[in-house]
Write a protein that binds this ligand. Structure first.
Ligand code: BGC
Length: 250
């Protein structure tokens, strides 16, 4: 079996998506399969869907590695939090559960860590030699800190407290939609968010991912920062690609 292929699976609040990844090219090596996240997104229910996705790619994957992402802090294989998924994931030995359910080894990582790592490997921050902070603006705000190509996991910068608010409750893309904010109203919230991240970490590069990054021209040119800030490039492939790469590296 080709050693440059791994399976990446992205577990999200609404869909569970998987594809084979060509680890050298940093791109999909198959179609993407998406299955709705079960309404009750408990560990057992999610593991069953992940099993379906693995079975779908089993022939081409052979005994190749599998990387999974989840919107949760993942510390030594244990999900310590749960965002947009069932609270049963909190303090769940999730990596072990997936290994047992699938009968094979898997590597489980935070969703933003996977997406951010992929951007440094193959996307907007490819080969960057310094400190890169990738944020994903979606339902919440996810973050990945990568220093000289090394991921520092579980940074959770969406939960910085800024002006008395949990940052993602003010600046996530979903908040713009929910509160019906114009770009002119949303930009100051992003400004406050990114200037705080910049002040605390002095990154060399900021990368903005999540669906809203497709509309980067609406907000990036209006942010006043000393750090270069660029849109992500891998779009909704980032999580799957990053999970696959991290599965091989860990
Ligand atoms: C969670 C993170 C996650 C991010 C994006 C946040 O609410 O705390 O773990 O990476 O949402 O899904």
């Amino acid at each position: 079996m080709a050693t440059n292929i791994a399976l990446g699976i992205d577990i999200g609040g609404s869909g569970i998506k998987g594809a084979l990844v060509d680890l050298h090219a940093g791109d999909f090596a198959s179609e993407r399969l998406r299955i709705e996240t079960p309404q009750k997104s408990t560990p057992a229910n999610v593991a069953a869907v992940v099993g379906e996705i693995v079975a779908n790619f089993a022939d081409q994957l052979g005994d190749g590695p599998i990387g999974l992402t989840i919107p949760a802090i993942v510390q030594h294989g244990v999900t310590v939090s749960a965002a947009n998924i069932d609270p049963a994931w909190v303090n769940c030995p999730a990596e072990k559960l997936f290994c047992e359910a699938l009968g094979r080894d898997v590597v489980l990582v935070n969703d933003a860590d996977a997406a951010g790592f992929a951007e440094v490997q193959f996307g907007a921050a490819k080969g960057h030699p310094g400190l890169v902070i990738i944020t994903t603006l979606g339902t919440g705000i996810g973050s990945a800190i990568v220093h000289r190509g090394v991921l520092i996991p579980n940074s959770e910068l969406g939960h910085l407290e800024i002006d008395g608010f949990d940052a993602e409750k003010r600046a996530a893309a979903s908040v713009r939609a929910r509160e019906g904010l114009s770009w002119g109203e949303y930009v100051p919230r992003l400004q406050r968010y990114y200037e705080t991240v910049e002040f605390l970490f002095s990154p060399d590069l900021l990368v903005v991912g999540g669906g809203v990054s497709k509309k980067a021209d609406k907000f990036l040119p209006h942010l006043k920062l000393r750090t270069p800030i660029v849109p992500a490039q891998l779009q909704n492939r980032a999580g799957i690609i990053g999970a696959a790469v991290l599965a091989v590296q860990q």
